[in-house]
Design a protein around this ligand. Sequence first.
Ligand code: GTP
Ligand code: MG
Length: 332
Amino acid sequence: MMKQELMEPETIKKPETKKQKVSITDLPGVGAATAEKLMAVGYSDLMSIAVATPAELIDSTGMTDALAKKIIAVARSSLDMGFETGEDYLKRRERVDKITTGSKDFDTLLGGGLETGAIVECFGEFGSGKTQLGHALAVNTQLLKNEKNPVAVYIDTENTFRPERIKQIAQGLGLDPSKVLKSIKVAKAYNSDHQMLLAEKIEDLIKSQELNVKTVIVDSLTAHFRAEFIGRGTLADRQQKLNRHMHVLLKLADMYNLCVYVTNQVMAKPDMFFGDPTQAIGGHIVAHASTFRVYLRKGKKGSRVAKLVDSPNLPEGEASFYVETSGLKDIK
Ligand code: GTP
Ligand code: MG
């Protein structure tokens, strides 16, 4: 506080406004055509270029090695690469809100619900409840106490979004179903590029339409990527694109203090003889970018079991619940 009062406000503000104005078309050697190519493959802002490797930029645009290195360097130097004090960080943590799953036990496993400012990944076999949790979250976003007109964005890649389910879950909570439906923005993604573009458009929704987006659901995160990139030759390309997609989602979570919920299928691991022979799609790219990772499986008597496999500050553990017409419920 003291320090700021002593400084000339001019000297503090100037570099910041200059930094904010730089966009990818301001980078040296990047004309309209190159900018368009970069945008088309998801490099829509300076941060995405600052964290890219030269090889990634060359692959996607055909630019020269020298230019790729140069624009990465310029992007890096024109960005605040984000150190903040522990105190500022704590202040941001204090803003973190929790969205309930509907089940107290499941919430407890997650430290009170799904956190805003984070990516929560749920992976599990078909019918394990990933989509049902997505629907529950879209509705339960309305239960956030400190938010005015909270909105959930649902990116549906498998054509499994059902407004009827939203109505049922809303009714179960005593909420007005049509009001809840109005608070959810749904978009179908037809392929992985479309999916990436939709994720990038969320920022526009927040800015230009002034929507208070608190939850972003991507169901499924990996299905299109998995279907489009078959065979080993293209695995690196797939991971690179997925990485960029995760980066966009993480930035949204961080900048707008919203919760990103992504679902992920599992594949059989035939060489595994002990434990659970399944593995999440997307490998370390998705695992690494997710703040919380939950493994869902079918349990006894039609129940579902959630296992927390990765979290920054919570112990590993399990919780059981039922998927019911009115949402996710505790086992009594
Ligand atoms: P994939 O997308 O195929 O990988 O599966 P998923 O994990 O998304 O499964 P999903 O969330 O679609 O779970 C489907 C299960 O939820 C069904 O098998 C039902 O058991 C349960 N379910 C879905 N709708 C209802 C409902 O209205 N009432 C009840 N009681 N259960 C439901
Ligand atoms: Mg599903």
